[in-house]
Design a protein around this ligand. Structure first.
Ligand SMILES: [Mg+2]
Length: 154
């Protein structure tokens, strides 16, 4: 079963510093992961604004038709509904993001595989509760590709 990678957007793929733009590693890694997996993007806020950001990336078509915008990133129920509605195989899902207190916590609670990308302004955020451990922890998207090369390649 092909893995289904659900990516967080800001600070995972998109660098919000300065004028904003994709992290350079995303331009390299997303096209490669696309060969290995189905890719979805999970984000929140204004849909047209987020799509405009994606349009500035060379890999924008890697997420064609699989962009999930939720009104509130803290709303686990709406994320779970999206996953149940849109993902074909629950066990093939991997959640990849920079926020241990948001998407990674949801993944752990929902018993989904997860990769915590420890970068961006939230990387050093202190957690009030113990949320459990992500399946993998990496420092950038090259790390995600390294994980993928070892477990998603046939
Ligand atoms: Mg994020």
């Amino acid at each position: 079963m092909k893995p289904h990678l659900i990516f967080d957007w800001d600070h995972t793929i998109w660098n919000t510093e300065g004028k904003g733009g994709p992290y350079p590693d995303a331009e390299v890694v997303i096209p490669k992961l696309r060969e290995l997996a189905t890719l979805s993007l999970l984000t929140h806020g204004d849909e047209s604004f987020q799509l405009g950001k994606l349009g500035r990336c060379t890999f924008s078509d890697a997420f064609n038709g699989k962009i999930w915008v939720v009104p509130n990133p803290g709303d686990k129920r709406s994320i779970l509904e999206l996953i149940q509605k849109k993902a074909t195989d629950y066990h093939s899902i991997w959640v990849i993001g920079d926020r241990r207190d948001l998407e990674i916590q949801f993944a752990i609670e929902l018993k989904l595989n997860s990769i915590w990308v420890r970068r961006g302004r939230h990387a050093t955020r202190k957690l009030t509760d113990s949320v459990g451990e992500p399946t993998h922890e990496v420092s950038d998207l090259i790390g995600v590709l390294t994980v993928g090369d070892s477990i998603w390649k046939k």
